[in-house]
Write a protein that binds this ligand. Structure first.
Ligand code: TXA
Ligand code: MG
Length: 382
């Protein structure tokens, strides 16, 4: 390893059931944190890679295990409201209203930090990001660990986030002390981040809680322009993590936007040419002809697809993978499967990936924010 760490730890896998949480299990996980170790845990958004937020050495280990630059601050996860006041300054009315409505839930708020929070946890910033996750395993674990868990998403830096324990094993086995397996994340995209330190609330990262939902509560909301991908125009995102290459599969991903028939024919042509060049090609689609595999959560179907190649057309054999991401009628299913599909591209060693555009009404902004980053801003309008 070039980063000087050896990654041959024994990683314990602990199965947990949200409806039947065992105190002894939570104590075992909590003790690892109290001893300065790392535990990956389920949340409703994505899996987190947790360490003691008050222990600078734990933060250092998190950055090392992820291979993440240490100027990228971590979110502090809490399990009860009163703990917010121990780490955050200037908790105003707006915060209380949002917390009342959306905590526990997929919302992270940024505050002026209190001194007690180590600089290593906040990447040297004088602000701190705080979230109370809506998952009973997560809440019990945070409590058992002493109340303050610093956690980024539990993926290697740059890779797609993790929404199942299997994903976490792929990236973190041997690097951390324990993985708590609590099943699939129900939302599948990271929390909405709202900066509450300015005169207006500002969304730094879109998520399940969208701008309208914030506005409903506060009557006002603004956006960091980087949310709309404008960092390519030289603007720096206010959430430091949003500036890095992110969520990306190894293959080259292109998003194709436009009228449906034109999208299909563009992808067909591109896929056919790439296969002819000896490349493995993946197509990410939510079209009704491509249903996700029944009974499994796997995103790949290499059998009879209607999209983008006609079902009779078997010329491409194993070189073409149609990855169903969800159901167009249920936009949340698309969000839930995004990272699984991107990870599946890597498992199948896919070289060239095409995706449809998923600008759905409520969570589409968050889906496209991640997908466009995963594509390195390669978006074609047809
Ligand atoms: O849903 C989530 O938020 C998941 C789960 C595990 O809770 N966590 C997560 O963490 O997505 P991470 O580290 O992958 O993304 C956190 C983002 C980064 O872009 C980081 O730069 C930003 O939050 N962030 C953290 N603290 C911040 C601060 N004080 N000011 C601005 N941005 C901050
Ligand atoms: Mg992340």
């Amino acid at each position: 390893m070039t980063d000087g760490e050896t990654w041959n730890m024994k990683t314990i896998l602990l199965k947990a059931d949200e409806n039947n949480i065992t105190a002894a299990d939570m104590k075992a996980a909590g003790d690892i944190i109290k001893n300065g170790g790392l535990v990956a845990f389920p949340t409703e958004t994505v899996y987190g890679l947790g360490g003691d937020a008050m222990n600078p050495e734990a933060s250092r280990k998190i950055y090392a295990a992820k291979g993440r630059p240490s100027d990228n601050p971590l979110i502090v996860h809490i399990y009860r409201m009163e703990d917010l006041y121990r780490i955050a300054d200037e908790v105003g009315d707006g915060v209380l209203k949002l917390a009342e409505k959306y905590w526990p839930g997929p919302l992270t708020m940024i505050f002026k930090k209190k001194k007690i929070v180590p600089d290593q946890t906040t990447g040297g910033l004088d602000t701190v990001a705080v979230r109370m996750p809506d998952n009973r395993i997560a809440l019990s674990f945070i409590e058992a660990a002493g109340g303050f868990i610093a956690a980024p998403s539990a993926n290697l830096s740059g890779r797609p986030s993790t929404t199942t324990a299997e994903h976490v094993i792929e990236d973190m086995d041997g690097r951390i002390d324990m993985i708590i397996d609590g099943g699939s994340s129900v939302i599948g995209l990271e929390s909405t981040i709202v900066d509450m330190t300015g005169s207006r609330p500002m969304i730094l990262r879109p998520g399940y809680i969208n701008g309208e939902m914030i506005k409903d509560v506060l009557g006002d909301v603004s956006y960091d322009p980087a949310v709309f991908g404008e960092e390519t125009k030289g603007l720096h995102p206010k959430a430091p993590g949003m500036k890095y290459r992110h969520y990306a599969p190894k293959g080259e991903l292109t998003i194709v936007k436009g009228e449906r028939d034109a999208v299909i024919s563009y992808i067909r042509q591109g896929a056919a040419e790439a296969v002819k060049d000896g490349k493995k090609v993946g197509v990410i689609s939510a079209s009704p002809e491509t249903k996700r595999g029944s009974g499994t959560e796997k995103g790949t179907q290499s059998g009879a697809q209607d999209f983008p190649v006609s079902p009779k057309d078997n010329r491409y054999g194993k070189e073409l993978f149609i990855m169903n991401i969800g159901d167009l009628e249920d936009e949340y299913s698309i969000a839930r499967h995004l990272y699984d599909v991107l990870r599946e591209c890597d498992k199948q060693d896919i070289d060239i990936i095409y995706s449809e555009d998923f600008s759905t009404p409520r969570i589409g902004q968050a889906i496209m924010n991640r997908l466009i980053k995963a594509a390195g801003h390669r978006v074609v309008e047809v």
